[in-house]
Design a protein around this ligand. Structure first.
Ligand code: 13P
Length: 252
């Protein structure tokens, strides 16, 4: 059986000024005191903070990632950030196709797929986000929606070493609501099966994160669900104490 190291990833979204890098320094220091923690950690701050955050975290167990990248290698794309720029700044991962980018910037599965290829070419691990809206769940379409997002966003070249899936039900993001543990188990099992169909044996190594209102108080139960290989945390990743409480909940 493949063992997948759990990953607790933080998505700072459009939050964080230079002063907030102290939280990252705090996380690095706290992680150094955790002996034999079986958990990998990652923080994805806003693009402007990636280089400094990566510098602060360089000798620590904390990895630093971006929140999006352009699908092209370089060129006339004012305001955009390429995968190579993130890599150059010290990022190891990049979040792609977050529901906020799909909603705010009209990102399609095809665009996410192209970005995943760009991320791989630059040597970044892509965290590809999928998840249904409240309406879609009410209509019983959550599996169809997530299945289509996966099929459209994964590239032929996607491999376990460069691809992570994050299941983030849109209605659970920033709302304090979470699906039942049974619903999480069923969706993660569905995603695992879809990955197997798309990637074969290779899929066993792909981690599937859960995201949406993960907090210190619910992390342990969510992370103990089969096929939940970690978390993508928004609000509770902004503060060292909250983020570390989630990491420490998994230390057992
Ligand atoms: P919250 O943890 O704030 O609900 O955000 C989840 C999320 O969108 C992470 O990408």
């Amino acid at each position: 059986m493949t063992t997948r190291t759990k990953l607790i990833a933080g998505n700072w979204k459009m939050n964080g000024l230079k002063a907030d890098l102290a939280e990252i320094s705090g996380m690095c220091a706290r992680l150094a005191t955790l002996k034999n923690s079986p958990v990998e950690t990652l923080i994805c701050p806003p693009a402007l903070l990636v280089a400094e955050a990566a510098g602060l975290a360089s000798l620590s167990k904390l990895q630093i990632g971006g929140q999006d990248c352009h699908m092209q290698v370089k060129g006339a794309h004012t305001g955009d950030v390429s995968a190579a720029m993130l890599k150059d700044a010290g990022a190891s991962h990049v979040i792609l196709g977050h529901s906020e980018r799909r909603a705010d910037h009209g990102e399609t599965d095809a665009m996410v797929c192209a970005k995943a290829k760009a991320a791989k070419a630059a040597g970044l691990t892509a965290i590809i986000c999928v998840g249904e809206t409240q309406n879609e769940r009410a209509q019983g379409r959550e599996y169809a929606v997530v299945g289509a997002q996966l099929a459209g966003s994964l590239s032929q070249a996607s491999q376990a070493g460069d691809t992570i899936i994050a299941y983030e039900p849109v209605w659970a993001i920033g709302t304090g609501l979470t699906p039942s543990l049974e619903d999480v188990a069923q969706m993660h099992n569905f995603i695992r099966n879809e990955l197997a169909r798309a990637m074969g044996e290779e899929s066993q190594g792909v981690r599937i994160l859960y995201g949406g209102s993960v907090k210190p108080g619910n992390a342990e139960s969510l992370m103990s669900v089969a096929n939940v290989d970690g978390a993508l945390v928004g609000g509770a990743s902004l503060k060292c104490d909250d983020f570390m409480a989630i990491v420490e909940a998994l230390k057992l």
